[in-house]
Design a protein around this ligand. Structure first.
Ligand SMILES: Cc1cc2nc3c(=O)[nH]c(=O)nc-3n(C[C@H](O)[C@H](O)[C@H](O)COP(=O)(O)O)c2cc1C
Ligand code: SF4
Ligand code: SF4
Length: 252
């Protein structure tokens, strides 16, 4: 059983690829949250996996919140996590271990996929160049069957890439990060063609179409799917996204 979250498709690619390779079922965390589904039963020998992007060197809040309410019945003999990040994950594994303890689960293995960056909401932060994007995608596609094999053999995993100053990034910047998370700066420019794509890709169903234009309703995790999937690049985040490019995982 694999619980996953993804805004722009990188983590969905990993979750679906691992589910296909391992014959595991998939649960999309925002859907489970919406329906209040926190109780699951494992089949004999089934592993428990989690796949999500790293947000400010921690698991996204909505993942931590979900996991702390999760109850898994049956014998969870192997628990693993695979994260995607643009560069590195800091001490996210330690934070996630503590989240799992609230669900009575203990982490056995962790895996890390460095994938194209999607975070563009701050000055100085942008998507990768095409060359870097292609290199990261090629590596991730090569890594996927290796991770599937490691999970199938119940290996101890590879650990997450911590990067420089991991404690400072996770415990200081990461802890304060959600104070800055808001959808208030989002707006659509006059390039908007009222297609509704931004609303349909929002994993939190936070966007409604009003008079042919998107309206953000205050329940946002800054996953940036609405920005990256817009066919006209008409979604902007204040002045922070001006001139920045778009990326989402291809093939979906
Ligand atoms: C709000 C936010 C915070 C992020 N913080 C980090 C980070 O701390 N470290 C990092 O390497 N990448 C960071 N990223 C980049 C994503 O982790 C990375 O692009 C991920 O693969 C996106 O996954 P998704 O396509 O499944 O949404 C961040 C992205 C977002 C949207
Ligand atoms: S995805 Fe872009 S073009 Fe389509 S409705 Fe949203 S802002 Fe407008
Ligand atoms: S409103 Fe946009 S950034 Fe916020 S959760 Fe929805 S898709 Fe993600």
């Amino acid at each position: 059983m694999i619980f996953y979250f993804s805004g722009c498709g990188n983590s969905r690619f990993v979750a679906k690829g691992l589910a296909d390779a391992l014959g595991e079922s998939l649960v999309f965390i925002p859907d489970a949250e919406r329906s209040g589904s926190y109780e699951y039963s494992l089949a004999e020998g089934e592993s428990v996996g989690f796949v999500f992007p790293i947000y400010s060197w921690r698991p996204p809040h909505l993942v931590s919140d979900f996991v702390s309410r999760l109850r898994v019945g049956g014998n969870a003999t192997y628990v693993w996590v695979a994260v995607t990040c643009g560069d590195n994950a800091g001490m996210a594994e330690q934070v996630f271990r503590a989240d799992l303890q609230k669900a009575g689960l203990q982490l056995d293995a962790s895996f890390c996929f460095v994938m194209p960056n999607i975070y563009i909401n701050m000055a100085g932060m942008g998507i990768d160049s095409k060359r870097v994007e292609q290199r990261k995608l090629a590596r991730a596609r090569k890594h996927l069957p290796e991770v599937a094999a490691a999970i199938a053999s119940r290996s101890g995993g590879e650990g997450l890439l911590k990067g420089l100053f991991p404690r400072f990034k996770t415990n200081v910047i990461g802890k304060g990060f959600y104070r800055w998370v808001s959808d208030k700066p989002f707006f659509s420019t006059d390039d908007c063609i009222s297609c509704g794509k931004c609303a349909s890709v929002c994993p939190l169903h936070n966007i409604t179409m009003e008079n042919g234009r998107p309206h953000w309703n205050g329940n946002c995790t800054n996953c940036d799917a609405c920005y990256h999937y817009c066919p006209k690049n008409a979604v902007q985040f204040g002045k922070k996204t001006r001139g920045k490019g778009q990326y989402h995982y291809p093939e979906q």
